[in-house]
Ligand binder design. Structure first.
Ligand SMILES: NC(=O)c1ccc[n+]([C@@H]2O[C@H](COP(=O)([O-])OP(=O)(O)OC[C@H]3O[C@@H](n4cnc5c(N)ncnc54)[C@H](O)[C@@H]3O)[C@@H](O)[C@H]2O)c1
Length: 327
């Protein structure tokens, strides 16, 4: 690529870019010609080897830069922004597990709130045009009001994790008000697909069936999740990065909740073996249903999720088999 084309490209900084969603996003941005700076600390919440494997494909790309560092390290983050002068930021780095957060509120506030403030300060210090923040459907807590609308209350999160994401959203509002930072929060609804985190249902079910281990299922599978395929998610993130909107919040989901038991049934079919299931009562951190209203995303970005659960799980299973040397 010549220098002229290079300067015409936009630099996008992706925090958490070695993780599940982040690495899929980085691939998409590189594919369309952006320059990407990825910041990730490769923490051991789950096997960092999986994160190394996620980024293998992009490391040879001249438009890709990897910075191994922690968003809690304010000086480092300021320095990285100063050096690379990104135009846009996708802020995905976070401690992301709900259950893991129950006894670790301090860690979650350090990373998800203080770390987010570091990223926002660094963004405004170099005049970033647009910051997209990964928020979550768990912010809605336990509610009977379905589908979930961006305008409904999110004041009663069930665990520290969604509480810290709520803090990120409201701090974004303050920074928009005070410093004119363009800030778009996208509330992701249960994401799955290739590179899925090992603590998430799609991975757990595949892995346990393969290893003949018992699967603990909440409420006999009588819960609903609005599972959303990772390609659909990163398409929405890329669209949001391209369109500064002041301060906005969007759901990004499929809008078709699936019963947990049915989700497990499809995986059993794909793996070709029955699951050994033990049902337990769902903990207080788990809502009975997540269900996105996708109207706002459709209206503003023309966003429509494309991948069905069966197709998405088939792709996830293929990835799992490759990753574990089963093919
Ligand atoms: N996966 C989902 O279903 C889902 C749903 C809602 C919201 N989200 C949000 O999307 C984002 C990405 O989630 P994911 O599922 O890809 O998780 P992930 O854990 O795979 O990705 C997060 C990445 O951030 C990195 N990271 C964590 N702490 C860091 C720190 N202090 N400094 C630098 N890097 C750090 C991790 O090493 C990891 O690679 C997170 O913000 C998460 O809260 C995910």
């Amino acid at each position: 690529m010549n220098e002229e084309t290079k300067t015409a490209n936009t630099t996008i900084l992706v925090t958490g870019g070695a993780g599940f969603i982040g690495s899929n996003l980085v691939d998409k941005l590189l594919e369309r010609g952006d320059r990407v700076v990825c910041i990730d600390n490769f923490n051991d919440y789950y096997n960092p080897g999986q994160k190394r494997s996620n980024i293998k494909g992009c490391q040879e790309n001249p438009r890709y830069t990897l910075v191994e560092g922690d968003i809690r390290d304010r000086d480092l983050i300021m320095q990285v922004f100063k050096e690379h002068q990104p135009k846009r930021v996708a802020h995905l780095a976070a401690m992301a597990g709900v259950r893991y957060s129950i006894e670790r509120a301090t860690l979650y506030t350090d990373v998800n709130i203080q770390g987010t403030i570091n990223v926002m300060d660094a963004a405004r210090s170099v005049g970033v045009e647009n910051l997209v923040f990964a928020s979550t459907s768990s912010i809605y807590g336990d509610t009977d009001r379905t589908p979930f609308l961006e305008t409904q209350s999110t004041d009663r999160p069930l665990a520290p994790y969604p509480a810290t994401k709520k803090a990120g959203e409201v701090m974004g509002s303050a920074y928009h008000n005070l410093f004119g930072l363009n800030f778009t929060a996208l509330r992701f609804f249960t994401v799955y697909g290739p590179r899925v985190r090992p603590d998430m249902m799609a991975y757990i079910v595949m892995n346990r069936i393969v290893k003949d281990e018992e699967i603990v299922l909440y409420n006999n599978g009588e819960m609903h999740r609005d599972w959303t395929y990772v390609d659909d998610i990163v398409t929405g993130v890329a669209a949001a990065l391209d369109k500064p909107l002041g301060y906005e919040i969007f759901n990004i989901g499929r809008g078709e909740p699936v019963r947990l038991g049915d989700f497990v049934d499809i995986i059993q079919e794909l793996v070709g073996k029955p699951a050994r299931i033990k049902s337990v009562e769902a903990p207080a951190s788990e809502p009975a249903i997540t269900f996105a209203s996708t109207e706002k995303m459709l209206g503003v970005f023309g966003y429509q999720p494309r991948v069905s659960i069966r197709e998405g799980l088939t792709n996830t299973w293929e990835w799992y088999r490759r990753e574990h040397g089963l093919v």
